[in-house]
Design a protein around this ligand. Sequence first.
Ligand code: ADP
Length: 259
Amino acid sequence: MDTLLELRDVNYSYHSIQGETHALSNLNFTVEEGEFLAIVGPSGCGKSTLLSLLCGLITPTGGSIRFQGHDLTRNDTLQMGYMLQKDQLLEWRDISSNVALGLEIQHKNTPENLAYANELLNTYGLGQFTCKRPSELSGGMRQRAALIRTLVLHPRLLLLDEPFSALDYQTRLTVSDDIGRIIRQEKKTAILVTHDLSEAISLGDRILVLTKRPGTIHTILPVHFPEGLSPLEKRNDSNFKHYFNLLWKEFNQNEGSIH
Ligand code: ADP
């Protein structure tokens, strides 16, 4: 596997009239092509700051972020796709034109790209809903449409910021399973930030645990399950409990909290 993203000694401090807040300290890690990295850590440890750094909204106050072998530039951030807590679908557009929104904004709404959008909608069970408004879809279907809107732009890296936390527990299980499968099937590289340990174990290839502020890497835990298990099936596998206990211990050593 090739390295897609590399952080070298990354630091970030916020400066305000109240003073300096050291948010992230000496982060060193890589993300390989096709990998799914989950990031967990106590509230306030710098998870959102890290995502803001990765998508170029802010720049490190120390160290460097390398993408595809060179220092991260504005152009690289155009190759990133996002999934957030809210799906941000526009109610006045039907699903088909919601999915095409990014293509329109980037002037890429060519017949080929629109055909690809349709293909994704059909493959992932939304073919019958293309003329519906977002409010006519379930929460899970809306998140699927939001993911397809991102996938049509062929992102090299998906940044997922607590994308399931607005959903109720049952829906959250099925939607994370659904989204996890699609990301695997499309062979995308993804970084998921979550405070939910079970979600991290069922979706990630590796789990990066951050310490309390200033967030630094406490540990990076590789996760292995029998080949081909879906995120939901992993939750029922005997290894799941082992990883959960391991992470729980790391969290307590870290004197953190999962909320
Ligand atoms: P998380 O996403 O893990 O909850 P954040 O990245 O939001 O953490 O914040 C990390 C730390 O930086 C927190 O202590 C927070 O209070 C501080 N912080 C976040 N944004 C700002 C800001 N704009 N100015 C000053 N401090 C900030």
